[in-house]
Design a protein around this ligand. Structure first.
Ligand code: FES
Ligand SMILES: [Fe+2]
Length: 445
């Protein structure tokens, strides 16, 4: 066994080779690389556009701006959902200007061309003034693919990309036990940030920064490398399993007593933390047993279909290229960065939090404090650095973004040097290179 395999745990089944392509600064700072992404990457992937819960009634609309593009998701009379480019076929005016809308028809604010919910032009001024006669019924909004998974609605610009569930593989199967379909989004946070979108993708593709950027997590998430499992899937997505309800097994951390906040968690599940003195690692299994016994009567009906791992651990699902779903048994965090419309050195960071509905539970503790357990459509957008929290762990991740972007601009930066445990970063960039250069990777490569 070599030194690398002693400290890094890649699942044998999901550990494809990497080529070792250099990861230089250009991809984080150049307009040319950004344009190549706009041409060859973003049109070829599925994008999470919104939630089914935001589109309850026919005429409910959610707008998703992405770079220079804008897409609207529209609930139809027949209950299906369609996605359209947010542009008027008359002379290109953007149709939906708010984050969301609820309308019987879509009316352009310029010359009032009016579209039915299915995108068909149904009313114009002076209909007889057109070569070939009244254009109503003949002109349609430009449509994109739209599919749903769990509580989410996705859109895709390309007809050749695999259907959504296939593209998401293996996560629909892996996440089935959590029962996320009816989870409730209580937070929709976002901010403008002064770094390239990939800075945070790289951050989510490694756990090397946990001891340094998130030291307090060590008391309840085991970030010890031998206990962390990395998997890289043929789809290009990857995951990281970390044991929860257990302090880190890193050699620089020692405790004989159950540390806070685990002591409170233990007590909340009817366990005496003192009984685990000297064997704090055993608490994790005891919590599994307590959750199995007490969970259903406390309203956690979703525990029933979860594996033991899912009941106590953290499952970080990082989807290529820019979507992360961080699962714990009582919380789903959606974390992603999207490119700025024109500046490669800026991005938009987004953080949504969803929770399982639990009968009788009125509030949930989120990364920014307690909030009511109900669907919240209010989007809270800020500018990073203005003091508004994006969640305490996310704030820590974002805190390195600007200075890393600055450092990448140095003539002295010659390219990344990655330890084996950051292999997911290497793979991400090699897939990205394949996309931007126009040679899409074959499935299974
Ligand atoms: S641009 Fe929309 S009606 Fe003229
Ligand atoms: Fe982090």
């Amino acid at each position: 066994m070599n030194i690398q395999s002693k400290v890094s745990r890649y699942s044998q089944e999901f550990d494809p080779p990497v080529r070792g392509d250099p990861i230089t600064a250009e991809r984080y700072i150049s307009k040319e690389y950004m344009e190549a992404e706009n041409k060859n990457l973003w049109p070829k992937v599925w994008h999470l556009g919104g939630l089914l819960a935001e589109l309850e009634e026919p005429g409910d609309i959610v707008r998703h701006d992405f770079g220079k593009e804008s897409v609207i998701l529209v609930r139809q009379e027949d209950e299906s959902i369609k996605a359209f480019y947010n542009t008027c076929p008359h002379r290109g005016n953007r149709l939906v200007l708010g984050e969301e809308a609820s309308v019987p028809r879509i009316v352009c604010s310029y010359h009032s061309w009016t579209y039915d919910l299915d995108g068909t032009l149904s009313k114009v001024q002076d209909p007889d003034d057109f070569e070939g006669g009244n254009p109503c019924g003949k002109i349609h909004l430009s449509e994109l693919r739209c599919e749903t998974w769990g509580p989410f609605v996705f859109w895709c610009m390309d007809d050749d990309v695999a259907p959504l569930e296939e593209w998401l593989a293996p996560f629909p199967e892996r996440l089935k036990g959590y029962g996320i379909d009816n989870w409730v989004r209580v937070l929709k946070l976002s901010c403008d940030a002064e770094f390239n979108w990939k800075i945070i993708r790289d951050n989510f593709n490694e756990s090397y920064h946990l001891p340094t950027i998130h030291p307090e997590l060590a008391t309840f998430i085991n970030d010890g490398l031998p206990d962390t499992l990395f998997e890289m899937y043929p789809s290009g997505h990857n995951s990281m399993w970390m044991k929860g309800h257990q302090a880190t097994t890193r050699t620089d951390y020692h405790t004989t007593e159950v540390p806070a906040p685990l002591d409170e968690v233990a007590a909340a599940w009817g366990l005496d933390p003192a009984e685990f003195n000297g064997r704090t690692g055993d608490l994790r299994e005891a919590i599994v047993a307590a959750k199995r016994k007490l969970g259903p009567e406390r309203g956690f009906t979703n525990y029933e279909n979860m594996t033991d791992q899912q009941l106590v651990d953290y499952f970080h699902c990082t989807l290529f290229p820019n979507l992360t779903l961080t699962m714990s048994p009582e919380q789903l965090q959606v974390l992603r960065t999207e490119p700025h419309p024109t500046d490669p050195e800026k991005c938009i960071f987004q953080h949504w939090c969803l929770y399982p509905p639990v009968e009788g539970m009125k509030e949930v503790v989120t990364p920014i404090g307690s909030v009511p357990l109900r669907h919240d459509e209010v989007a809270r957008h800020s500018v990073y650095g203005d003091g508004v929290s994006l969640g305490f762990v996310a704030d820590q991740d974002l805190s390195i973004g600007t200075s890393q972007q600055q450092g990448l601009n140095s003539r002295g930066f010659k390219g990344c040097h990655l330890p084996n445990q950051e292999k997911r970063i290497q793979r991400f960039h090699e897939l990205l290179d394949d996309y931007v250069s126009g040679k899409l990777p074959e499935a299974g490569q």
